[in-house]
Design a protein around this ligand. Structure first.
Ligand code: ADP
Length: 545
């Protein structure tokens, strides 16, 4: 029996239409360094129509890929809506990729047009000669004449191109399963892998972001989107903002703690989202010069494990709740969010809030052990986390149809590469990434647990733990510590600090002090590089007896 419901397609054009009319007074704004450039969603609608008309004039049609090489700003938001609404596919390029990665993904996705920020032109100019499919470059917030294009590539000024366009566009009705956007994983091993989101997956994902079990957006929110629009779909913030009428604040290139705190003081966002390393920097800034940030009802933190110590300082000293969430490029990315269950508060809430969070209805999850057996969600059994659902990818993008890393999929489930446990009421606790977990004498040591504990020491600003080869135990942990400004600490003292939190055999004997832990293109500890630095003898290591 079929339903009587209308077969309305869940397309991003409907979101754009909704936001630009019924939520037309809400805004997207960009921090300029000392103020704001603002578009109402009504104006965003008109600007999106102009961009869609302009792109159509350049020959872009349904299914064509439009790249962006941009900071988070108004123009990037315009592209985020206009490109999929017109049926084309938005490919937000990671501006921090290594040159070979950037060239690889733009060619692999076959981007036809790239919209580039003026401040990023010198960087982009280095890549452009190697981008095989790009025919047009549109320069926003800068001087198009500053870019010398290779033969066959036309350069346009965003402002001039859009000025000549009508402010309405007849968006096509497209199948909700069509491609709307794509992101590449940051490729810590091998080439980056492409994930293609559909209109439907983005729509359903945005609903979950808006839901109280997600991020709980409403039109009363001002959302500071620190997470880049190229990092895993910007965690769904742009489409969720349109869906809920939440206002969105874009930091542009002002991503250092000081300007972030400045824009917070002026705009007073109610919500912000970023990886832990950003929050670590913001915290150091706040400690040095305290400022009222209680306007933030919630800060979403994901991408890597959120150290409990950081949650406590933010909440107890600055009155701000850090909300821990887990996800991946492959999962759109919202996989789980750590709200304590109803009625659990006071000290008891922490046990839930430290976890990676509870799975929403749209994400099914299971644990599989090394032998391939599904293990119970009993809160103790460990296994690789596998997920499936309407916003989880079922494969990697492959232009020629050859399967890419098919072993990442197990009978329709995405293998996340994360090792963890799941409680009977659906809370996920990650132990580690399977490639980062330290295998010592047949037992496991969680690098994340050591890092989380270490960051609780007042002298420690950053701590990253890797396994290093050991003739007796196979691997032993090495702790790379960045000391907080003006602080001193000896390895003995740091190990002593860990002593009551870990079994004796888990306590690290290898220590190194570094000025900075290398970071990936999305701001996570780059343990691959740290391991290479150690292998190349670049780290001065102290061994405790
Ligand atoms: P990349 O894989 O390139 O780093 P992603 O942002 O897609 O890019 O990374 C997803 C991975 O990040 C997850 O598989 C997991 O290992 C890690 N991760 C994400 N959120 C968390 C979290 N809250 N705690 C621990 N690890 C996390």
């Amino acid at each position: 029996m079929l339903s009587t419901m209308q077969d309305e397609q869940l397309s991003l054009a409907t979101l754009l239409n909704y936001a630009s009319t019924f939520q037309g007074d809400s805004t997207v704004s960009t921090w300029t360094g000392d103020g704001l450039r603002t578009l109402t969603y009504r104006e965003l609608g008109a600007e999106a129509a102009r961009l869609a008309n302009a792109l159509r004039g350049l020959g872009i049609g349904v299914g064509d890929r439009v790249g962006t090489f941009m900071w988070n700003n108004n123009e990037h938001m315009v592209a985020y809506v206009a490109v999929p609404a017109m049926g084309a596919v938005l490919h937000a390029l990671n501006i921090r990729f290594f040159p070979e990665q950037l060239v690889y993904v733009a060619n692999h996705a076959e981007d036809q047009v790239v919209i580039v920020d003026g401040t990023l032109l010198p960087l982009f100019a280095q890549y452009l000669p190697n981008l095989k499919t790009v025919r047009h470059v549109i320069v926003a917030n800068g001087d198009a004449a500053a870019l010398t294009a290779p033969a066959g590539v036309q350069v346009h000024s965003y402002t001039e191109l859009l000025a000549a366009q009508p402010d309405s566009f007849d968006y096509p009705i497209i199948d909700e399963r069509s491609a709307a956007g794509m992101c590449y994983t940051s490729g810590t091993t091998g080439d980056p892998k492409g994930v293609v989101y559909s209109h439907r997956s983005n729509w359903l994902h945005a609903s979950q972001v808006c839901a109280p079990n997600g991020m709980g957006f409403s039109a009363a929110d001002m959302v500071l989107a620190i997470v880049p629009l190229f990092h895993a779909n910007a965690w769904g913030l742009p489409y969720a903002a349109l869906m809920s009428g939440a206002n969105i604040l874009m930091p542009d290139r002002f991503l250092q703690p000081q300007p972030l705190l400045e824009m917070m003081a002026v705009v007073k966002p109610t919500f912000a989202a970023a990886v832990p390393t950003i929050w670590g920097g913001v915290l150091a800034g706040l400690q040095a010069a305290p400022q009222d940030i209680s306007h933030l009802r919630t800060c979403l933190v994901g991408g890597s494990a959120l150290p409990p110590a950081m949650m406590h300082v933010f909440e107890e000293k600055f009155g701000v709740k850090l909300l821990h969430a887990w996800g991946m490029t492959e999962t759109s990315p919202l996989g789980s969010v750590a709200h304590a269950p109803a009625g659990v508060d006071g000290e008891e809430q922490w046990a839930y809030r430290y976890t990676q969070g509870r799975f929403p209805a749209g994400v099914r999850a299971r644990l599989v052990d090394d032998a391939g057996n599904v293990v119970p969600n009993d809160g103790n059994s460990l296994g690789e986390v596998q997920v499936r659902g309407a916003w989880i990818t079922g494969s990697y993008y492959s232009p020629d149809g050859a399967e890419i890393e098919p072993d990442k999929f197990d009978d329709g489930w995405l293998r996340t590469g994360d090792v963890g446990k799941i409680s009977p009421n659906g809370f996920l606790t990650l132990v580690d990434r399977s490639k980062d977990v330290i295998k010592s004498g047949g037992e496991w040591i969680s690098s994340v647990d050591l890092e989380n504990a270490m960051i609780g020491h007042p002298a420690v600003a950053e701590a990253a733990v890797i396994g290093i080869p050991d003739p007796k135990w196979a691997e032993r942990p090495l702790v790379a510590v960045v000391l907080a400004e003006g602080q001193k600490a000896e390895p003995e003292e740091l190990r002593e600090f860990l002593a009551n939190k870990f079994a004796k055999w888990q306590l690290p004997e290898y220590w190194t002090f570094v000025t900075e832990v290398p970071k990936t293109s999305v701001g996570k500890y780059d343990k691959k590089r740290l391991r290479a630095q150690h292998a190349d003898g670049e780290l001065t290591v102290t061994e405790l007896g």
